[in-house]
Design a protein around this ligand. Sequence first.
Ligand code: ZN
Ligand code: ZN
Length: 365
Amino acid sequence: MNSPKPQNVRFLLLSQAITSSRLDGLLVTHLPGVRYLCGFTGSSGVLAVAGKQARLFTDGRYTQQAREEVAGAKVSIVKQAALTAAAEWLFKRADKIGFDDANLTVRQLQTLKKQLKACGARNSRLVAAEDIVARLRERKDSCEIEKIAAAVNLGSSLFPTALAAIRPGVAEVEVAGAIEYAARRAGAEGMSFDTIVASGHRSALPHGAASSSLISSRGFVVLDFGVILAGYCSDMTRTVSVGKASGAMRSMYKAVLEAQLAAIATVRAGVPAGQVDAAARGVLIKAKLGKYFTHSTGHGVGLEIHESPRIARGQQQPLEEGMVITIEPGVYIPGEGGVRIEDMVLVTATGCRVLTPTEKQLIEI
Ligand code: ZN
Ligand code: ZN
């Protein structure tokens, strides 16, 4: 049996979501959402959906590309702003129109409102509906899971390159450069975010982007990096020790690893996201390191590096089969150093599949 095209299924789910939000039209302005729904990867375009009709509005730079990429929607190449054209089309076809309030500027919204008045579409209304497409994107279909797994594998394959580059006296940016060059050579379209290489005291900065600091002869190095492959992001963190780790470093590493494993063991469809966070946090609190775990446990990953759901304290949202999330507890002691360990996992009915294949025992360089 032929499985239906992902775009068809996505539009079907979208039209159900639009209806259950009591809307009859949707303006998709966030490009990853546009890509998810109709396949268009250009940097300018707006997708309008009304009932069973969907139309992508873009400009002449993308005539050829849109023809090749777009599925499930008709394409209009327009001379005016894509948003204006999309709104004009939509105002004729829908009364209650959702827009992505997280991805529209104040000015764009004002323009839309003016346009609505000018159209004389008296019954039409604009309604903030940020999460319609974001919610759909939380659960990955098999096509996406395959792409994500390939990105994760490519990302993990760079870890030995990173290890080989780490030596006392080498600048963090050089290590980042080695990772990024190897990523490109292995076929990555780009990095999914600025590579983090944080050594020594800088390892206590949770987002210590690689700097010109030189790696010293002793201490932790936090490596957090990811690649984009076929549009999908990977994200992983490993922390290594330069020189022999002290007893204190070892126990810190052990606690973070235990926290990470405890969180992974909690992941299952139906479990509230906050419970996964609590599992990691509980281990670190017990180890008297709770106050040094200053961020949330994880986030969704897909076409964007940070997507919903958030795996954070108190989050009631239940995990669902097909969600791909990170599990990344960390401990950061100012003036000393930090440890973070991050894997990507796929939520299943009975638990999860850890996608990141890289080992997690403490490596001493
Ligand atoms: Zn990361
Ligand atoms: Zn992450």
